[in-house]
Every structure is written in structure tokens, then in C-alpha cells.
Write a new protein. Structure first.
Length: 392
């Protein structure tokens, strides 16, 4: 019995003239993601993408698992391919669905007839097929309002398809369709979630991470690289920039008032990020900040940080509680890696009493007491790029 995967487009189905571009982007993202699983043909028609394996014994459950994480998809399912002939549809339905139908208690049949030349109308298909299934599976009864199993028959261009599962897709827009942005990625819980949220809106992610050896260890960097790799399941390939930040942090410590250490550090992080963003074609920065979470995330502190930014800074977690952020990080499987013990450059030279409501003029004055420009230029120059592709 031939089986395929049907993918229903999400929000992009609404995009009118851009629809074709969105579709092409999604198809490309899907093809890339399943390439290592064998040969497949991907075709699209009527806001649906058909993934047809070209080889027997293709691992379709792995296809569903991977494609289920790709943004731009409303729903997906495995389906059995039938002739456009009611007898064939009936026979294959009984066979293909026997596993779930023999253990369920209630069901209904729905039919979608995209090909209006098919001789039976949708209600006829439902009634007739429903009758056969009731006869074959005496354990079943029909429940049109709240069925355990919904058997769907789709009559389309070349074939009919039968399926009984409808898996919710990841939603959002295809990655790449909204342009590219630079994610400030730490080893913590928040920033990977922030990256995932922006990727969901179609943003192609590049990542930047600041390291301060010997204050931060190589292990801490490896942990962030591992997070990057995990994000590729959702975001596709990620360019990962690693910035040597030790000299800058030491210069802050040696030349600036302690109460402003963190805020000046954050301004310098933003400065470096936007220079690398410009080189890499990124149109915005992304951080995992949330109002009030720590001293550097009060509104006054964020205003002081933003004052150096010449491109938009997206903070998708800004109004979220930590518990909500943790829930997402568990869902996208970054939580365990994020909670491994590590040092972040943010925790090096943390002031004992950071200014909770810094005033921009004071911060600027403190920062201007030292010329950071040569160190910034050097850090940008010595930044290393690594490309991460799918982990499997
Ligand atoms: P996270 O859980 O993402 O580490 P956090 O609550 O610990 O966030 P901070 O440490 O103040 O908050 O960092 C705020 C944001 O700054 C992070 O979400 C991240 O976007 C960025 N950031 C912090 N440290 C680094 C780093 N070493 N490299 C890159 N970005 C960083
Ligand atoms: Mg952190």
C-alpha cells in the first residue's frame, strides 16, 4: 500500500500574491530537512504539499517528526494513496486503518471533493464508507460531534487519499520569508526561546555569542553550540559568531564605575552585534530579555542599551513570565541543555550594586571615560564563524 505525507499550509495561504514565494520557500525548507531520509518527490496543489517517497520502506514517522517542526505548516498527516474509485477507497481504508479502527469506539467519516467530476458527492462518500466501516468493525459506533477517530477521504487531482490522523503543525511562516536577524545567544534558558519565536515568524536566524576566557570555559561555549544545533531543527542552518570579549570586559572593569559594569557591557555587546549583523545582512537583533527579570532588564536599563542600537531590537519574551518561557524551552527541547551548569560572560565582574534605574547621560559619561573603539574593532575582527546544520 502506497503511503505519503500530506502537508497543509498555515497562515501563508492568506498571503495573496506572495503565496508562490512562500510556498517555494516552505518546499525548499522541507526538502532540505528530509533529504537525509531518502528520495522524495514534493509537489504542491491547493494549499497542500504532497511528500511522496520514491523508495519503499522510507521512514515516514521520522518525516512527520521532522516536518512537524518546520514553520509555515498548519497540519500534516500520513495518508494512504488510493485510485479515484470508491471500491478501491473502501478496500484500502479498511486495510490501512484497521489498527486504529479496531481499538476505537467511535468515529465519523468526512470527505473533501476537490475534483468535482468524481461521481459521488461528499455526503454519499461519508455515508457509504461509514456503513462499510461499521460493518467491518463492530466495536465502532458513529459520533458526528465528538468522534474518537475522524476518517478523512480527499478526492484530488490524480488520486484519492485516506487518513485518520491530523497532526498540528508548528504554525508561523516559512523560515527565510521575513529576512534575517542576529540572535544574541547565551547559554541560558531565554535566548534560545527568543530565537525560536522569531524563527516562527519566518525570520532566518544567525547567532552571536560572547566568550571571556579564562573567566568562561570552553565547556560553556560548547554548551551554546549545542543549543545552536538544537535550534537548527526549527530554524534550519545557523551561522554562529563567537566574539572574544575578555579584553573589553577587563577594560570596563578597569575604567568604569562598578555600578555601570553590566549596562556598559550590554551596550558594547549590542554595538558589536550590529556591526556583524550589517556584514551578514541581518536587519535586526534579537535578545531573550523580559522586563524586570534582572537589573539590566528594567525599562530604564533597556532604554540605555537601546540608545546605541541603529537597527530594531526584537525582544519576543518581553512580556512573558519565566514559567511561560520555561514551558516553551521544554517543548523545543532546549531546557535541559540550558540548565547545565555554566558561566556566562554576563556573570563575570557583576557589580555588587548595579544601577536599577540608570540615567542615559550618566551611562554615556561613564562609558566615554575610556576609548573602547579599538577594542570593539579588534573583537569584531577576531570573531569566528561556524556554520551549524541539522543535527541529524
Ligand atoms: P538568557 O537566559 O537568555 O541567558 P538571562 O535572563 O540570563 O537570559 P541576561 O544574562 O541578562 O539574561 O542576558 C540578556 C540577554 O542578553 C540574553 O537573553 C541574550 O540575548 C543576551 N546575552 C547574554 N549573555 C550573552 C552572551 N554571552 N552571548 C550572547 N548573548 C548574550
Ligand atoms: Mg543569561
Amino acid at each position: 500500500m502506497k503511503e505519503i505525507v500530506l502537508v497543509k499550509y498555515g497562515e501563508m495561504a492568506l498571503k495573496g500574491l506572495n503565496k508562490k514565494t512562500f510556498e517555494d520557500m516552505l518546499t525548499k525548507n522541507i526538502k532540505r530537512r528530509i533529504k537525509s531520509l531518502g528520495r522524495f518527490i514534493c509537489t504542491s496543489a491547493q494549499s497542500t504539499l504532497y511528500i511522496t517517497p520514491e523508495e519503499d520502506n522510507a521512514d515516514l514517522s521520522e518525516v512527520v517528526d521532522r516536518v512537524g517542526k518546520i514553520f509555515g505548516i498548519a497540519a500534516l498527516c500520513r495518508a494512504c494513496v488510493c485510485e479515484k474509485d470508491f471500491d478501491d477507497i473502501t478496500e484500502k481504508s479498511v486495510d490501512y486503518l484497521s489498527g486504529i479502527l479496531s481499538t476505537a469506539s467511535s468515529f465519523k467519516v468526512t470527505a473533501k471533493r476537490a475534483d468535482k467530476s468524481f461521481p459521488m458527492k461528499s455526503p454519499d462518500i461519508c455515508r457509504e464508507l461509514g456503513g462499510v466501516l461499521l460493518e467491518r468493525f463492530p466495536n465502532l459506533h458513529v459520533d458526528v460531534n465528538n468522534p474518537e477517530i475522524t476518517v478523512t477521504v480527499e478526492i484530488r487531482d490524480t488520486n484519492a487519499y485516506v487518513h485518520a490522523e491530523n497532526i498540528k503543525g508548528a504554525g508561523g511562516l516559512p523560515v527565510g520569508s521575513s529576512g534575517k536577524a542576529m540572535l544574541l545567544l547565551s547559554g541560558g534558558i531565554d535566548s534560545p526561546v527568543a530565537g525560536w519565536m522569531m524563527a516562527k515568524r519566518g525570520v532566518h536566524i544567525a547567532a552571536i555569542h560572547y566568550v571571556s576566557p579564562p573567566y568562561t570555559s570552553e565547556r560553556a561555549q560548547l554548551k551554546v553550540e549545542q543549543l545552536c544545533e538544537k535550534l537548527t531543527d526549527y530554524c534550519g542552518g545557523i551561522g554562529f559568531y563567537c566574539v572574544p570579549f575578555t579584553e573589553i570586559q577587563e577594560a570596563i572593569k578597569d575604567n568604569c564605575p562598578e555600578e555601570f559594569f553590566t549596562i556598559i557591557m550590554r551596550r558594547l555587546m549590542m554595538e558589536i552585534a550590529q556591526r556583524i549583523a550589517a556584514k551578514d545582512g541581518c536587519l535586526a537583533l534579537i535578545t531573550g530579555e523580559s522586563v524586570g527579570q534582572v537589573a539590566s532588564q528594567t525599562m530604564s536599563a533597556i532604554a540605555c542599551t537601546d540608545a546605541v542600537c541603529r537597527i530594531p531590537v526584537f525582544r519576543p519574551l518581553i512580556g512573558m513570565d519565566k514559567t511561560e518561557i520555561i514551558e516553551i524551552s521544554r517543548k523545543i527541547d532546549t531546557f535541559e541543555t540550558s540548565t547545565l551548569p555554566y558561566e556566562d560572560c554576563c556573570t563575570v565582574f557583576t557589580p555588587r550594586h548595579p544601577k536599577v534605574r540608570p540615567v542615559l547621560a550618566d551611562v554615556e559619561k561613564a562609558q566615554n571615560s575610556f576609548d573602547f573603539e579599538p577594542l570593539i574593532a579588534e573583537a569584531v575582527e577576531k570573531t569566528e564563524l561556524k556554520i551549524f546544520n541539522f543535527s541529524r
